[in-house]
Design a protein around this ligand. Structure first.
Ligand code: NDP
Length: 293
């Protein structure tokens, strides 16, 4: 069997076109576009690249974007002040604090400062807490896990009663996606670096979410025939056959997994394009909520 490819790039493009139409309606109605504000502290090149990508994505859909760029030696007060200014700015509807923050900054305190109404990254402890509680709905859910859920739904996977295995338990991917799968009535197993017999656990999964950051670690022989596989991993590996000398692969060994899975995402072109799209979608939702409050 060769799996159907869940085309994150195409799904993200379609959703961004919808968001752009929505943004145009918003701008016509309120005379000002939806706005995203970012706080970036430090000189992590990957973080700077993410913030640039998010700014470009904002421009493409007709949002404004504001960025507070602080250096690696910035103080807690400076980070807090940047967040407060975005909280108070009526032209900013969504705020993202780009993680990781420099070590002297208390991440928990910074995330707590973000106005709940503008928490489009979904990382405010209250939003994460509501995600974990039965009968409660957070205002916003984190971008990458939300993107995984959209891809699952688009693939036609049945979530209710399914055995879902999440490999990885990070605050930004593994944990929230496990909570979202539980809310969708899947039976969820969360695996991590101390998990015993990982291949056996993965073999029982109807749905596999791989988020560990290890190149092609999960093999096709671990995948239950027909399972749906969402590969969040983005690992840079050397490849002298490419122009740049490297390429990106997922946490799943795609070549073997696609022979067993029913549906699978690619890296790149799977979860990656969905992440910023979900952030834009949350910002659009925040803008409508704040404007009608
Ligand atoms: P973290 O490093 O924060 O977490 C990795 C998790 O994987 C941890 O829970 C760790 O366990 C677990 N783990 C590590 N090795 C193993 C192993 N051998 N077996 C089982 N579990 C293991 O990573 P992130 O969650 O931030 O990111 C995961 C991957 O997803 C990365 O490749 C990252 O680049 C990618 N990513 C992609 C995004 C996108 O938009 N496409 C967005 C965010 C991340 P323990 O808790 O015990 O340490």
């Amino acid at each position: 069997m060769t799996a159907a490819i869940i085309d994150g790039a195409a799904i993200a493009e379609r959703m961004r076109a919808e968001i752009a139409r929505d943004a145009a309606r918003f701008t016509a109605q309120y005379g000002t576009p939806p706005g995203l504000g970012a706080v970036l502290a430090g000189d992590n090149p990957a973080s700077a690249q993410y913030v640039r990508m998010k700014r470009r994505a904002c421009e493409q859909v007709g949002f404004t974007s504001t960025a507070h760029m602080l250096d690696a030696s910035s103080t807690q007060e400076q980070v807090d002040d940047a967040i407060r200014r975005l909280n108070d700015d009526p032209a900013v509807h969504g705020i993202l604090v780009q993680l990781p923050l420099p070590p002297q900054i208390d991440e928990e305190r910074a995330l707590r400062l973000v106005s709940l109404d503008k928490d489009v990254d979904g990382f405010h402890p209250i939003n994460i807490g509501m995600l974990g509680m039965k009968g409660r709905e957070p205002l916003f859910t984190p971008a990458t896990p939300t993107g995984c859920m959209v891809l699952l739904r688009e693939s036609g996977a049945v979530l209710e009663g399914a055995n879902a295995v999440v490999v990885g338990r990070s605050n930004i991917v593994g944990l929230p996606v496990a909570l979202m799968l539980m809310k969708a009535n899947a039976t969820v197993t969360v695996c991590h670096s101390r998990t015993r017999d990982l291949p056996d656990i993965v073999r029982r999964a109807d749905i596999v979410i791989a988020a560990i950051g290890r190149a092609e670690y999960i093999k096709g022989s671990w995948i239950k025939p027909g399972a749906t596989v969402i590969d969040v991993g983005t690992n840079k590996i050397a490849d002298p056959n490419t122009e740049k000398g490297y390429r990106y692969v997922g946490d799943v060994e795609f070549a073997t997994a696609k022979e067993a899975a029913g549906a699978i995402t690619k890296v790149p072109g799977g979860v990656g394009p969905m992440t910023i799209t979900m952030l834009l979608q949350n910002t659009m939702k925040a803008a409508w909520r704040l404007a009608s409050a």
